[in-house]
Design a protein around this ligand. Structure first.
Ligand code: RP5
Length: 178
């Protein structure tokens, strides 16, 4: 609970009046430190989003409700993070036609390889766009790319973002070369 309370600021969307376009869900509050990184990216880009806990195993009926209602609520992409026997992204993808991005969360025993395999090895017909272990940053950027396909303002913001990351690297290289 302390993790959730402490993360309030990081994960709250500033655009509270707007309906969320991206839903970030995770199997447990223990996934929050990883998933909050993605939330911060969405916040930085001004994307209306929501963050909540939906467990495939502990709250299966809540998962069904979330997945089946997300599109009608105006959501455009779901980012789902889970660890271990990480069924959440795949099960959500089975119950919605929205794009689902899976974030394999590194657990304590198998370095996240179990989560990665659980999420990436989806059966034919039910895709989950799987990012690298713990890489909620890429999940958020991929969600923004989905939005940018039909919302040009996000296209512009992505271009600015990548210019800034390029300058960041060039700046570091320059310091090293001095
Ligand atoms: C998964 O089990 C969650 O996504 C989490 O990564 C993992 C462990 O959950 P806790 O036991 O920490 O709640 O469902």
């Amino acid at each position: 609970l302390a993790q959730i309370q402490g993360a309030d600021e990081a994960i709250s969307s500033e655009i509270e009046d707007e309906k969320p376009l991206v839903g970030i869900i995770m199997g447990s509050d223990s996934d929050l430190p990883v998933m909050a990184v993605g939330a911060r990216i969405l916040k930085q880009f001004g994307v209306p989003f929501e963050v909540t806990i939906v467990s495939a195993h502990r709250t299966p009926f809540r998962m069904t409700k979330y997945a089946t209602e997300a599109a009608a609520r105006g959501m455009r992409t779901i980012i789902a993070g889970a660890g271990g026997a990480a069924h959440l992204p795949g099960m959500v993808a089975a119950m919605t036609t929205l794009p689902v991005i899976g974030v394999p969360v590194k657990g304590s025993s198998l370095d996240g390889v179990d989560s990665l395999h659980s999420i990436v090895q989806m059966p034919r017909g039910i895709p989950v766009a799987t990012v690298a272990i713990n890489n909620a940053t890429n999940a958020a950027l991929l969600a923004i790319r989905n939005l940018a396909a039909f919302m040009p303002e996000y296209q512009l913001k992505l271009e600015q973002y990548y210019i800034s990351t390029e300058y960041e690297v060039l700046g570091k290289a320059e310091i090293l070369e001095r």
